[in-house]
Design a protein around this ligand. Structure first.
Ligand SMILES: [Zn+2]
Ligand SMILES: [Zn+2]
Length: 341
């Protein structure tokens, strides 16, 4: 829709007085029509902005739930996981939040490699634990420990989210506040743009630390297998959504869930904004511990990343956190042969 109105000069040119007033009245009619159009568009657009996030999440959860109910949870999860990735890829192109983030950052291979590596490692860890018999605590059919098995599934899943979130919150917060852990978490924050594709860009040590902080809590509580599966699926889907480059609005949802709006602040280079919003799925612990941050009047920064040096290659990103100080010194003096981001 073209909302450009004629300029004063265009109106003046060649009209007699009568014609000017006629032109003016038709102009004001046009303005009103345009205004109505604009309102209609903005209402529709606002509706779309607010409904995209819940629609995408619910749309992913329903088929996952059906799969779990029929005993094919892992299969359903994997199908939904890749379908959601494909869908987000398309929507990002059609309805982006930040157009400058549509350009390639040259990090697709490291992004993919980190995602695949950490995924394979965590899966191997779960298989090993099952083989060792340790996972029976978590995976017992009827559950054990203090777990309220009699609760409806939805409340059990909510409980698992809150319990695990306590561990995930602290795992994330110490990674920002204790430097030796930041060196590994910096790989995730070194991205210069946010999109669904770099959701899994985590150093393996960083991922392992999150598992160590959260899994024992679920294990000690005796969380049943299906609830763990629900928790894993919700974490994966919300993770995709928090990083996606799609224009969306959230309103009150940002007080409950970790939405893209909140996570975009978290990726800010300004630490007054970046050292906030540590929640993985929920914002409950940020609200309790005072690290919640949002400002709906401002746009989160488009220019994101870290102030430290980071190698461009996957291998460099994997090894340099282990000798961080040396590497930073070399990068600063130009002594490193590694290509930097
Ligand atoms: Zn972080
Ligand atoms: Zn992130």
């Amino acid at each position: 829709m073209d909302t450009t109105l004629p300029t004063e000069d265009e109106n003046k040119g060649g009209y007699g007085n009568e014609m000017v007033s006629e032109a003016k009245s038709s102009e004001s009619a046009m303005q009103m029509g345009d205004l109505a159009d604009r309102n209609e568009t903005s209402v529709l657009q606002t509706l779309l902005d607010y409904s995209l996030w819940p629609l995408l999440l619910i749309g992913a959860l329903i088929p996952t739930g059906i799969g779990i109910a029929f005993g094919h949870g892992p299969l359903a999860f994997n199908i939904v996981y890749f379908s959601l990735a494909g869908l987000l890829f398309v929507i990002e192109k059609l309805y982006p939040h930040e157009k400058s983030w549509l350009h390639s950052d040259g990090q697709e291979i490291p992004d993919l490699a980190h995602t695949a590596f950490t995924k394979a490692f965590v899966q191997l860890l779960i298989i090993s634990l099952t083989w060792l018999g340790l996972a029976t605590v978590v995976g017992g059919e009827s559950g054990s420990g203090f777990w309220p098995n009699e609760w409806p599934m939805i409340f059990q899943v909510l409980l698992a989210l809150v319990v695990a979130e306590f561990g995930l919150y602290w795992a994330h917060r110490v990674a920002h506040e204790w430097m030796p852990l930041w060196w590994f978490h910096a790989v995730h924050h070194s991205s210069k743009k946010l999109w669904f594709f770099n959701t899994g860009r985590f150093h393996i040590v960083d991922t392992l630390k999150s598992v160590v902080f959260s899994a024992p809590l679920l294990a000690l509580a005796g969380t049943p297998k299906d609830v763990v599966l629900w928790f894993g699926a919700i974490t994966a889907y919300i993770g995709f959504l928090t990083h996606c480059n799609i224009r969306m609005k959230f309103g009150v949802l940002s007080y409950i869930f970790n939405t893209p709006a909140l996570h975009r602040w978290h990726h800010s280079m300004d630490l007054r904004e970046g050292n906030k919003n540590y929640g993985e799925n929920l914002m409950i612990w940020d609200l309790i511990f005072g690290t919640y941050y949002d400002d709906t009047k401002r746009r989160p920064p488009a220019e994101i990343g870290i102030k430290d040096a980071m190698p461009k290659s996957f291998w460099g990103q994997l090894v340099e956190p282990f000798r961080w100080k040396k590497f930073q010194k070399a990068a600063k003096s130009g002594a490193t042969t590694k290509e930097l981001l």
